[in-house]
Design a protein around this ligand. Structure first.
Ligand code: ADP
Length: 493
């Protein structure tokens, strides 16, 4: 049995800005089902604390000094589970309105380096059983740059537990000027390009990539891609160097939260035997979004961050032709102001065809998944992607770019794949509006063939993307990490 300290900056439903929150909210529970003990360590953001208190007991279990300040450790459980959560309570850093990483004005918090440095130091104290909890993990599982300093700092300890570092998105690296490295009081030994330095800057993510016993990312495809200059964001060389320690484990989805048969957000539940009922949701959404009520028009959905990564520019490039086609588009997301504006302009010009909701809305996300006929994910890169898996489960056919986790989870529809029952969606290669448009046309064409379409939906609904399978992958990874955890010459550089 493994005892895992799961270090993350978000965990649904206590905090979530994207896929990391979903994974952190699901994987620890799946590990429990396999007989392991995973405890989540995350910051006590203001919203998080409020949510935890609303759901149940929060009690102080430790208090200790980190650098200049006193940290309180609060214990609660992940709502709806028995997974223990430790919240790092340091009000000066975490008791604020806004997002975990961004101030209300949309800018990064000015003190993110201090905040996640303190968070990492706290993780190290707990991992080394120095805070009076009488608990020590066999594995410290760190996620993304916010937890990147943990493996680096643990490497300086005489007998550290094994470490795993998961890359959920390599584009976010936690880069800060050299002065920050000095101000944080990090040991000089960590300042070299074999350690935390990245082109003269302090890189938090390198702490994970250089020092963790095992590195993984959230799909096998992305694990390969990030070792190339196109996807590696400058870290491809380091990842190639550590290739033997690097693997990919596809994320699972929370099948309780995302189940069309029981989803409380839907006006009508359905399953693969009652697929006609899906239509009720579509009509309801069309009504709610003031689109024309035409059941036969293929409805395309999009949910996600409105940023370049998600291929919003491809959708915008295709928009002049899309609005001429017999189709509708419902989009939900927040992100870059220019994308929010341009998309909203399209929905104002074609209100019966295009609906754009700027905002974050769990309920609407569920309704879109249930109502759409197809789901667009034309991402530039996609470490794993969750919405295409939700879509498969909801009988909503994904239209995706063939990258990362999208390539690993969606099988293109061809005569052969339709015949052998493996077709689940539509994929395309090149990152441009034309290719997206051509693929949307392919989808719309097949949509007219009701028998083939039903088959495609059912193929997708049969896929198993539950956490059970992925958690077994992590179990194996933890074992490997423990085997590898004696410092290797490679790491000592
Ligand atoms: P990423 O982590 O890159 O943002 P993922 O596909 O891995 O992308 O995960 C995104 C998660 O966040 C999904 O669960 C998606 O439904 C959700 N999500 C993103 N934007 C919104 C939004 N505006 N409203 C509701 N849910 C959203």
């Amino acid at each position: 049995m493994e005892t895992v300290l799961f270090v993350t900056s978000e965990a649904y439903p206590l905090a979530k800005t994207g896929g990391l929150g979903d994974v952190s909210g699901s994987l620890p529970r799946a590990l429990h089902s396999l007989g392991h003990e995973a405890r989540i360590l995350m910051p006590a953001y203001r919203d998080t604390l409020e949510r935890a208190e609303a759901h149940g007991k929060v009690r102080e279990v430790a208090g200790f000094d980190i650098m200049q300040g006193r940290v309180r450790l609060l214990e609660t459980v992940l709502p709806g589970t028995r997974v223990k959560v430790w919240l790092v309570d340091y009000p000066a850093f975490f008791d604020r309105a806004g997002n975990p990483y961004l101030a209300p004005d949309g800018q990064l918090w000015h003190d993110n380096a201090d905040r996640f440095h303190l968070f990492a130091r706290t993780a190290v104290e707990i991992a080394c059983d120095r805070v009076g909890l009488n608990w020590q993990p066999t594995v410290v599982h760190c996620n993304d740059w916010q937890a990147g300093l943990v493996p680096a700092l643990l490497s300086l300890e005489p007998t550290p537990p094994a470490t795993v570092f998961t890359i959920h998105n390599i584009a976010y690296q936690g880069l800060f000027p050299y002065e920050t490295f000095v101000a944080l009081g990090l040991p000089d030994a960590l300042w070299s390009h074999h350690a935390l330095e990245f082109h003269g800057h302090l890189s938090f993510i390198k702490g994970g990539l250089v020092y963790a016993d095992r590195i993984n990312t959230v799909s096998p495809g992305y694990a390969q891609e990030i070792q190339t200059p196109l996807f590696g964001y400058g870290l491809d060389g380091l990842l190639q160097f550590r290739t033997k320690r690097l693997s990919g484990i596809l994320n699972g989805i929370d099948t309780r939260e995302w189940n069309p048969g029981t989803d409380p957000h839907l006006i009508q539940n359905y399953n693969s035997r009652k697929l006609d009922d899906k239509q009720v949701n579509k009509l309801d959404l069309q009504k709610g979004m003031q689109l024309s009520h035409v059941a036969e028009l293929p409805l395309f959905g999009f949910i996600g961050r409105l940023v370049e990564q998600k291929g919003i520019d491809l959708i915008l490039d295709a928009m002049p032709q899309l609005v001429e086609m017999p189709m509708q588009l419902v989009m939900l997301g927040t992100g870059e102001a220019r994308f929010e504006q341009e998309l909203s302009d399209w929905s104002e010009r074609y209100p019966d065809r295009v609906s754009v909701t700027v905002g974050y809305d769990e309920k609407l996300a569920h309704r879109i998944e249930a109502s759409a006929d197809m789901f667009l994910m034309p991402s530039k890169f996609e470490p794993c992607g969750l919405n295409q898996m939700y879509s498969l489960r909801y009988g909503t056919v994904p239209v995706v770019r063939r990258v990362g986790g999208l390539a690993d989870t969606v099988t293109d529809t061809t005569t052969e794949t339709l015949a052998d029952g493996t077709a689940t969606g539509f994929t395309f290669e090149s990152s441009d509006g034309e290719a997206l448009l051509a693929t949307i046309r392919r989808g719309a064409e097949l949509y007219a063939d009701r028998t083939a379409w039903r088959k495609l939906q059912i193929n997708g609904m049969r896929c198993d993307h539950s956490w059970r399978r992925s958690a077994a992958g992590y179990q194996a990874l933890y074992e490997q990490a423990r085997r590898d955890s004696t410092p290797s010459p490679e790491v000592l550089g």
